[in-house]
Design a protein around this ligand. Structure first.
Ligand code: 5GP
Ligand code: MN
Length: 340
């Protein structure tokens, strides 16, 4: 259904000489997994592609098949800009608006290449010739599987591609527990295991790769955890000093916000992380049930995402941002209480 223009697309794909695969800033498991899966799949189709990401990604993803070939725009702007300029087809994976790609944005906007979006975020922008968007999908990785299936090329999925797709589905579904996880998601996972994805090894590589410092930082995050029982809300804060104390590395705070959400009756959870370099407070929001953090983040924190997982930012100080967060909660009090 979502791949309704697939026949037209097939012609465009096969005629493409320079294909570039892009994803959002601060790439996560779904972003990197879908980009590499598509790259390896195109390679198996005999097509030439390159993966360009805006900036670095977490250590716990630096074992994925093909990841060594990823080009980081922040490390080599000129080379990446040239590749984008020469491209005739650009994939936009796991994002719905160019501004989500950070410093890549102007280069994508100025490129004359045909764009193809494969994404599961709400309210996609209209920049692509082919927009494959489905907010009900668990992950962009699951969409990549259905996309390959629509092209009648499932036979080209090997162990490496299956592994990349598995990682993105696993990380975006909180290990198959979020509401977006369907029976179809599990069927896809079963097929990926049939294709050679080693589920135990994948889980270990992503989740049992903690550094001592990361666990100490988690200790500080949990010490800073505050609850707001009248709003069924909880939040965590981490200052730049606290991050420095434990030698913060990209990805170290991944999943911390879920500890706040795991509190009994918690419907809304937030984490506020100070980022001195970019002079912002990065915010991650999580919710349960029908309470939409996508809407809350769009309205108050220049962000967005999904109903139950969204991100945003604030230009205020850490203290001011938290004050502002608490001050908007009365607006949502009834909605938050209705979820319990
Ligand atoms: P996280 O909190 O794990 O960084 O992101 C949760 C979800 O929200 C992801 O789907 C991510 O793509 C999206 N997201 C994170 N930060 C932003 C942001 O600043 N703007 C928008 N529009 N979406 C975001
Ligand atoms: Mn995703």
């Amino acid at each position: 259904m979502i791949f309704n223009k697939i026949e037209d697309f097939k012609h465009v794909l096969k005629a493409s000489k320079q294909i570039i695969i892009t994803t959002h800033k601060n790439p996560d498991g779904d972003a990197i997994g879908s980009s590499l899966a598509l790259h390896l799949f195109l390679q198996n189709m005999g097509l030439n592609s390159k993966v360009i990401v805006p900036n670095d990604y977490p250590e716990f993803l630096k074992w994925l098949p093909g990841q060594a070939s990823i080009l980081k725009f922040e490390d080599d702007k000129e080379t990446c800009a040239n590749y984008i300029k020469e491209a005739d087809l650009i994939f936009a994976l796991d994002y719905n608006a160019f501004h989500r790609t950070g410093d890549l944005e102007p280069f994508l906007e100025n490129s004359s290449a045909k764009k193809v979006m494969i994404d599961h975020h709400q309210q996609p922008d209209d920049f692509a010739k082919f927009t494959f968007s489905n907010p009900e999908m668990s992950s962009t990785c699951e969409m990549i599987y259905h996309f390959i299936s629509s092209l009648n090329e499932l036979k080209l999925i090997n162990k490496e591609i299956a592994t990349c797709i598995y990682v993105g589905i696993m990380t975006d579904t909180g290990s198959f527990r979020y509401r977006s996880t369907t029976a179809t998601t599990h069927h896809v996972i079963a097929e990926l295991i049939n294709k050679g994805a080693d589920n135990t090894k994948i889980h270990n590589s992503v989740f049992d790769a903690n550094s001592f410092n990361r666990l100490q930082l988690l200790g500080t995050a949990l010490t800073n955890l505050k609850i707001l029982p009248e709003y069924n809300a909880a939040y965590i804060s981490l200052s730049q000093n606290e991050l420095n104390e434990f030698d913060y590395k990209k990805g170290d705070t991944e999943g911390f916000v879920n500890y706040a959400l795991s509190i009994n009756k918690c419907v809304l959870a937030a984490i506020f992380i100070e980022d001195e370099k970019n002079k912002i407070i990065k915010i991650s929001l999580r919710s349960k049930g029908d309470f939409s953090v996508n809407e809350l983040s769009r309205k108050h924190f220049e962000g967005g995402g999904h109903n139950n997982a969204a991100g945003g930012k604030s230009n205020d100080s850490l203290e001011k941002t938290i004050e502002r967060f608490i001050s908007i909660l009365p607006e949502y009090k009834t909605a938050l209480q209705n979820e319990v």
